[in-house]
Design a protein around this ligand. Structure first.
Ligand code: 3PY
Ligand code: MG
Length: 251
């Protein structure tokens, strides 16, 4: 397995991705062919579940877009199943402590580096046993910093061996800071972002931001993030339909 997004993150090349919340194979197929670097299927908040993944991931096989899954929680069985069905990396929400980060990493790596149970499914179907030889070095483990506790333990989390990157959940981070959601220009939020970027730099980790739209993604990259999402499938449809309606009405 070769994880092209991880290759860019390791080379500190900026990358952009899309977020998939709808369990529609045609949408996933189309988005994955739009020259984005990665697509993330969201099992935490998206309107999809594990059985949807068994259809969504095959729909994007063979393209250069790296498939990621945000798991619903930091549970080894959920991480293992997402990887077995073909995700090349996981985004793990609500990582609050170094222990949480070690748990996520361990679930991503086969022994002796971790405790991932051996049972590759789609990966082995496509690659045979070569998957086992390459998976530990190619599966990306991205942990989310999005709580007050996570921020407090930022340095310890970033120093955990095997973490490939930190990914910011900006809305939850606002809540964690006691701010209204969307307070992205508040000095407390800006300062938290600076701390996260610094922790990534110190520990040679990729830094990622959940971007709600293209402007937010562009700003994140300009401000030093290595990767950001440019929006979700739902947001693209909503924005396109809103614009079309306005134009048709002459507003
Ligand atoms: C957040 O903004 O907290 C996220 O996790 C984005 O989905
Ligand atoms: Mg969140």
């Amino acid at each position: 397995m070769l994880n092209l997004a991880l290759k860019k993150w390791r080379a500190k090349e900026a990358s952009l991705g899309v977020w998939s919340n709808l369990p529609d194979i045609h949408m996933a197929e189309m988005l994955s062919r739009m020259d984005v670097d990665w697509i993330c299927f969201d099992l935490q908040h998206g309107l999809m579940d594990y059985s949807d993944l068994t259809r969504l991931l095959p729909a994007i096989t063979g393209v250069d877009t790296t498939p990621l899954v945000r798991v619903a929680a930091n549970q080894p069985d959920q991480i293992g199943k997402a990887l077995d069905v073909g995700a090349q990396g996981v985004i793990v929400p609500m990582v609050n402590t170094a222990e949480d980060a070690r748990r996520a990493v361990s679930a991503c790596r086969y022994p002796p580096m971790g405790t991932r149970s051996c049972g590759p499914m789609r990966d082995a179907m496509l690659e045979g046993m070569n998957y086992l030889a390459t998976a530990n070095g190619q599966v990306a483990c991205l942990v989310m910093i999005e709580t007050e506790e996570g921020l407090r333990n930022l340095e310890e989390i970033a120093a955990v061996e095997g973490v490939d990157g930190l990914f910011v959940g900006p809305m939850d981070l606002c809540y964690g800071l006691g701010l209204a959601p969307g307070s992205f220009t508040d000095p407390a939020f800006v300062s938290a972002i600076a701390d996260i970027l610094k922790a990534c730099e110190t520990n040679n980790l990729a830094s990622g931001m959940f971007g709600y739209n293209a402007e937010m993604a562009a700003n994140s990259i300009k401000n030093g993030f290595d990767f950001a999402s440019i929006g979700t499938d739902i947001s693209f449809i909503r924005a396109g339909a809103t614009q079309a309606l306005q134009t048709a009405k002459g507003d």
